[in-house]
Structure formats: structure tokens, C-alpha cells
Ligand binder design. Structure first.
Ligand code: PMP
Length: 316
């Protein structure tokens, strides 16, 4: 079996902690054929007082919303899912990792309509040792392009659901960007306005003001995006949510991606147009530093974003 360094010992499967190798499903599962899964991506950080999951409740609430949109019968409440996440982290003796809760339609029936098939819930811990954008150095930034692939149009694939199927065209955008020598792609919406990255939201900065696209631009309403909005407001940096024309990307002073996997990652060029001096800008750096300090518990958390849990001494 292919081994991957990110594996951890135990996976939570509908109330049981099972060994990594036993968290299997049947090939005829509905999800394999029809993409019927919704998921979350969260992070747990090592803090001075143990582990802490960042915005756990907000992620589990979005998971519940995604299930509601796709009529997946989630067996667990938000509180139960939060408790299960902490239980899984403690069982794996992990302070810091990436977390992937996922609800999948399984069963062994052929056909699209599957309301009688079960929806199974898993919570997976993953040791994501390297940066999500591997070529981006800690003090550097991403070189990105505008993808030829658009985000799904309104009333096609619901963008507010974090559904596995949404990542089919995200894969096309990502592969195209890597093939053409970039780190990541920015996708436009159906009308040609700026939407977001293949798996992260986007902010741009001009004349000291932060701009980001509205939810109606076919973006996922990211939890990191919301965190950036709140941090910026408290730092006195104005934020405008507005429809962004593509060409604005080429004349901004700064830009950055944000999301659970990328955290806050500066963008230093778009379609080979250098932004600012081709280095992370001061507003990006200020927001990134504040975000990481809160997530890592190095400053008091004024927002109640951290769910702390104890970690075995040997792992710290
Ligand atoms: N957009 C997309 C398409 C994503 O996959 C993600 C990652 N979940 C985000 C934005 C950022 O969302 P969050 O900050 O909640 O991780």
C-alpha cells in the first residue's frame, strides 16, 4: 500500500476511533460515482498551553450547512462534531495538524437518487508538514495567473456548500497554473469578475484599502476571509467587499490569498505583473503576523477563535 508521511494513527468514523488502514468504503458507494460528499478543512495549532483548533465551531457549522444544502442526513450535532474532533486529536497525541471532517454518501445502490443510502462521517488528522504552496518561501510570495477556467455560475453548483464536486474545476485551474509555471490560479466568476483562488480566498490592497469579492461572485465564504475582515477592522484597515474587475489585479499594491491551508500567503505577481516591489507588502505582512499570532496563541485571542485541548507531554 502506498504510504504517505501525513498519515496518523486513528480516524474518527461515526463515533468510533478506527485504525487509519480500516477507514475504508465500498467502490459502489454513491460518493465514488456521483461526488456526494461535503467536507471541511481546519487546522489545529501548537500553542504555549497545548493544542488549539482554529474556529472549530464555525467550521462544523459550515459542514452542517453544506449537508443541509445537499440533503445529506448528518447524524451528529455541531457540538458532537466539535467534541469528536478534540477526541481524535487527543487519541492521535497531536497538537498541530490539518483536520479533514467529511460526510460521504455510501451504501451500495446504483443511481443518482440515493436518499435511502447512509451518510457516514469521518474526521481525519493529517500531518501537513510542508507549505500548501511548496515553492513559496516563508519570506516570499506566490506567483499566480488568472485561470481560463471560471467558477461555477450561480444556481449551478452551490458555492456556499463546501462539496467535493466543486473541486473538479478547481483541479483544472490548479493543474493549468502549475503546467504554466505558476504557483496557483485566480479564478473569475461567470461574468469575468475576480472570484478567488482554486482553494482559497483573495484580498487585494490599493491605497491602503483592502478589497475582496462578495459571496455572490461564486466564492466559498471562507472562515479565514472572515477572520481577516475582523482583524483588519481592529487594525483600522478599511475593507471593501465589492465586485472586482480583472484588470484591477494588475494595478494593485499588494495581494494575498487566505484560507485554512494557505493561512495568509502573499501574492507577489499576477500574470507576470509584479505587485508592489515584488515582495510581500506591509499591510499583508501586518495581517499575516496578527493572524498567526492569534492562531498560535502567542497573543490573547480577543475573538474566542481557539478551542484548546491538552496534549501528551511527549508530543510537545
Ligand atoms: N475557497 C475555496 C474554494 C476553498 O476551498 C477554501 C478552503 N476551504 C477557501 C476558499 C478558504 O476557506 P477557509 O478559510 O474557510 O478555509
Amino acid at each position: 500500500m502506498a504510504q504517505s508521511s501525513g498519515r496518523t494513527a486513528k480516524i474518527w468514523r461515526d463515533g468510533e476511533l478506527v485504525d487509519w488502514a480500516d477507514a475504508n468504503i465500498h467502490v459502489l458507494s454513491h460518493v465514488v460515482h456521483y461526488g456526494s460528499a461535503v467536507f471541511e478543512g481546519m487546522r489545529s495549532y501548537e500553542t504555549p498551553s497545548g493544542g488549539a483548533v482554529f474556529r472549530l465551531r464555525d467550521h462544523m457549522r459550515r459542514l452542517q450547512d453544506s449537508c443541509n444544502i445537499y440533503e445529506l442526513p448528518l447524524k451528529w450535532s455541531v457540538d458532537e462534531l466539535c467534541a469528536a474532533t478534540v477526541e481524535t486529536l487527543i487519541a492521535n497525541e497531536l497538537a498541530e495538524c490539518y483536520l479533514r471532517p467529511i460526510v460521504i454518501r455510501t451504501g451500495e445502490q446504483m443511481g443518482i437518487y440515493a436518499q435511502n443510502d447512509p451518510a457516514e462521517t469521518f474526521i481525519i488528522c493529517w500531518n501537513w508538514g510542508k507549505s500548501y504552496l511548496p515553492h513559496v518561501q516563508p519570506q516570499g510570495g506566490a506567483n499566480v495567473c488568472v485561470s481560463t477556467w471560471r467558477r461555477a455560475a450561480p444556481n449551478t453548483f452551490p458555492a456556499m456548500a463546501k462539496a467535493s464536486g466543486n473541486y473538479l474545476n478547481a483541479q483544472l485551474a490548479k493543474m493549468e497554473s502549475i503546467r504554466n509555471g505558476y504557483d496557483e490560479a485566480i479564478m473569475l466568476d461567470i461574468d469575468g469578475h475576480v472570484a478567488e483562488g482554486s482553494g482559497q480566498n483573495l484580498f487585494i490592497v490599493r491605497d491602503g484599502v483592502l478589497f475582496t469579492s462578495p459571496i455572490a461572485a461564486g466564492i466559498l465564504h471562507g472562515i479565514t476571509r472572515d477572520s481577516v475582515n475582523r482583524i483588519a477592522a481592529d487594525l483600522g484597515i478599511p475593507v471593501k467587499e465589492m465586485v472586482i474587475p480583472r484588470e484591477m489585479l494588475y494595478v494593485v499594491d499588494e495581494a494575498f490569498f487566505c484560507g485554512t491551508a494557505v493561512e495568509v500567503t502573499p501574492v507577489v505577481s499576477i500574470d507576470k505583473h509584479k505587485l508592489g516591489g515584488g515582495k510581500p507588502g506591509p499591510i499583508t505582512t501586518k495581517i499575516r503576523d496578527r493572524f498567526m499570532e492569534i492562531a498560535r496563541g502567542r497573543v490573547p485571542d480577543p475573538y474566542g477563535w481557539l478551542t484548546s485541548f491538552p496534549v501528551a507531554a511527549a508530543t510537545r
